[in-house]
Design a protein around this ligand. Structure first.
Ligand code: AMP
Ligand code: MG
Length: 296
């Protein structure tokens, strides 16, 4: 990998975490093994083929796919703003090696804000990206000149598109076509997916993904469900095994889950976009590409 990539990555991590810290967030540590991990289902862009389990001390535990359940737990415990740099294991289909953007081990900067809705969350994320990237060409002058002198610093607010409209306009290959047609990041909203993403009475999903020019999705997030009856109904609808979410459901039943919104940003995808890497493998010193053997 190019040395500059890691220097740019360090810069981005420093800017992102400092921004969150200055904005009152508590930085928690990740869990790698747990009883409840993100089902990642249903998701129109998902392709996970297995959720690895580890048996340890007589308990069956999952490798973390994302820490969404733990974020909702922390919010329920009275932490209003939390974030974590969370390693995620996702057994993506081997064919995804050729997309240039899929790994089977990657890191999310995952954050959650109590009492926020989707609109506030998007505005907050735009502010965070602006603060992270605004001075990159000055602060990382040499690195950016060497690897990506034409990087276009994004200027929020970003345009917002409804998932259904994008699908109707571009068809199944919408992501590929969309990212060729934009020169600023854009939001895609109202995506039918996970039980924990808020859906209102009209069926509208209060979630959002951020797509960047040329490279596609770098962030997914949403306003969350916190009411027991609704969560149960959605789990049943989607065929989610409730026994994997007993703690979350217990909190919901006791009325202790709180309204919140948040998101996860894929660090490798962010770095790939900023450093203009052809394949995401170029971002990892120890590449974790679906279907490929690892060296170290
Ligand atoms: P999700 O909530 O599933 O969309 O995951 C949050 C973010 O993590 C995505 O927007 C991507 O930036 C990143 N991400 C998800 N899956 C992968 C993967 N297989 N390889 C690399 N990054 C990923
Ligand atoms: Mg996503």
């Amino acid at each position: 990998m190019k040395k500059e990539v890691l220097y740019v990555q360090s810069y981005l991590l420093n800017r992102l975490t400092s921004f969150l810290y200055k904005n009152g967030f508590v930085w928690m540590l990740p869990v790698i093994l747990s009883k409840s991990t993100d089902p990642l289902f249903p998701d129109p862009s998902g392709s996970v083929i297995a959720v690895p389990e580890v048996e340890i001390y007589g308990q069956k535990l999952f490798l973390t796919q994302s820490m969404i359940v733990h974020k909702q737990y922390m919010i329920s415990q009275g932490f209003d703003r939390i974030f974590v740099l969370s390693p995620n294991i996702r057994v993506e289909r081997p064919e995804r090696a050729s997309t240039g953007k899929h790994l089977f081990e990657f890191t999310q900067l995952d954050f959650e804000i109590a009492e926020f809705d989707d609109i506030k969350a998007r505005a907050f994320i735009e502010k965070m990206l602006d603060s992270t990237l605004r001075y990159i060409k000055i602060d990382m002058n040499i690195e950016m000149k060497n690897i990506h002198s034409s990087f276009r610093i994004p200027k929020p607010p970003f345009k917002v598109y409804d998932y259904r409209d994008i699908l109707a306009e571009y068809g199944e290959n919408w992501e590929e076509m969309l990212v060729k047609s934009i020169d600023q990041p854009v939001w895609i909203v109202n995506i039918p997916r996970y039980f924990y993403d808020m859906q209102d009475e009209d069926g509208r999903w209060h979630n959002y993904d951020l797509y960047v020019p040329k490279y596609g999705e770098i962030l997914s997030g949403g306003q969350r469900e916190y009411q027991y009856d609704k969560i149960i109904r959605k789990m049943e609808r989607d065929g989610i095994n409730r026994s994997k979410y007993t703690k979350l459901l217990e909190l919901a039943k006791e009325g202790r889950l709180r309204p919140s919104a948040g998101a996860g940003i894929g660090i490798e995808r962010l770095v790939r976009w900023v450093t203009d890497a052809v394949h995401i493998r170029e971002i990892q010193p120890f590449p974790r590409v679906p279907g490929e053997n690892i060296e170290l």
